[in-house]
Design a protein around this ligand. Structure first.
Ligand SMILES: [Mn+2]
Length: 330
């Protein structure tokens, strides 16, 4: 069977589903589990291309990631190299994100903003965080229609799920409402995205982000996620929550993707809900032993430091909300 054999009598070239991840070498093991779960749950009749944006990977990581390729899932690497954009993002990250809750200190988080510009041949693409596991076909996410409807005649630049943490934690809710100036009921999580790359190119998404960075140099809580919400406000279609669910003991069979956010990381903590899903996907990636050792090494002291980071992040959100000044208004 060749890539051109679609089973269609017209023998059209199958539309490839592009799926992006952005990682540094430390994220490679989690990304491997996510990609493995993608290959296990995708539609065998379709073709997928996983594109890994990174800032430099060891050859061991590359070999292990590349070995996840299957008959219908290709894997491609793309190192994000020097550009004026990247330089200003790195400078900003270094300046701004040393402080409270150092979860988002890496410029790698901002790489998803480069996707529209760097891949002009694609009109639409999926992005997933590396701390996710698929249990549905990512092709179904790709197929979701972003064209205009009664709510938005122009169509959507992006689809994502409402961030559940933001409505639950008061500090986060106040922060997005008052400082970011995106209503908390509309604020999305950037861990799973369906991007209309054509629209994002047209609106110059990356340039807009750089302009905001340079003009306001804002000290944010969830940096590139905050930018995404600010820039695309009103242009986001809300995905069903099944596409980006935090792990819970009881989960509906409709859940398509589990996002092991914050403390819910099975490679750090034991007895995380739905940890089996993760370890099943991690097995056979070449990183299984590394991940098990990582969990063993995550001792009480590291757990305390981890919790302290989240507490600091919540405090920071509260402080920025109380300051009474929107971050993107002068
Ligand atoms: Mn994540």
């Amino acid at each position: 069977m060749s890539i051109f054999d679609t089973g269609n009598p017209l023998n059209k070239v199958t539309k490839v589903v592009p799926v992006f991840l952005t990682i540094n070498n430390a994220y490679a093991p989690y990304a491997a589990a996510a990609i493995h779960s993608l290959t296990q749950h995708c539609n065998k009749k379709r073709y997928y291309r996983v594109i890994i944006l990174h800032d430099g990977l060891s050859w061991v990581s590359r070999i292990r990631l590349r070995s996840l390729v299957t008959r219908n899932v290709a894997i491609q690497f793309k190192k994000i190299t020097h550009s004026l954009y990247l330089r200003s993002i790195i400078a900003y990250c270094t300046r701004r994100q040393k402080g409270a809750g150092d979860f988002f200190s890496s410029a790698v988080y901002y790489y998803r903003a480069f996707i529209p510009r760097l891949f002009p041949l694609y009109e639409k693409a999926v992005y997933i965080d590396s701390d996710t596991i698929l249990r549905g076909d990512v092709g179904e996410l790709f197929d979701i229609d972003l064209s205009g409807d009664e709510k938005n005649a122009d169509g959507y630049a992006l689809a994502a799920t409402i961030d559940p943490k933001v409505s639950v934690i008061k500090e986060f809710r106040d922060y997005v409402d008052k400082a970011v100036k995106v209503p908390h009921g509309e604020y999305v999580n950037s861990g799973v995205l369906l991007m209309d790359l054509k629209k994002m190119r047209k609106m110059k998404y990356l340039s807009q982000m750089i302009e905001l960075i340079q003009e306001y140099d804002a000290d944010l809580v969830a940096p590139d996620q905050d930018y995404l919400n600010v820039i695309l406000k009103g242009k986001i279609k809300f995905l069903p929550p099944e596409w980006n669910m935090e792990p819970a003991e009881e989960m509906s069979p409709d859940v398509k993707l589990i996002h092991y956010n914050l403390f819910n990381k099975p490679w750090h903590y034991k007895n995380v809900p739905q940890e089996k899903m993760f370890w099943n996907a991690a097995r056979g990636t070449g990183f299984y032993g590394d991940l098990k050792r990582q969990q063993e090494a995550f001792d009480a002291e590291k757990q305390r430091a981890d919790h302290a980071k989240v507490e600091a992040l919540i405090k920071k959100a509260g402080r920025l909300a109380k300051a009474g000044k929107p971050l993107f208004e002068k």
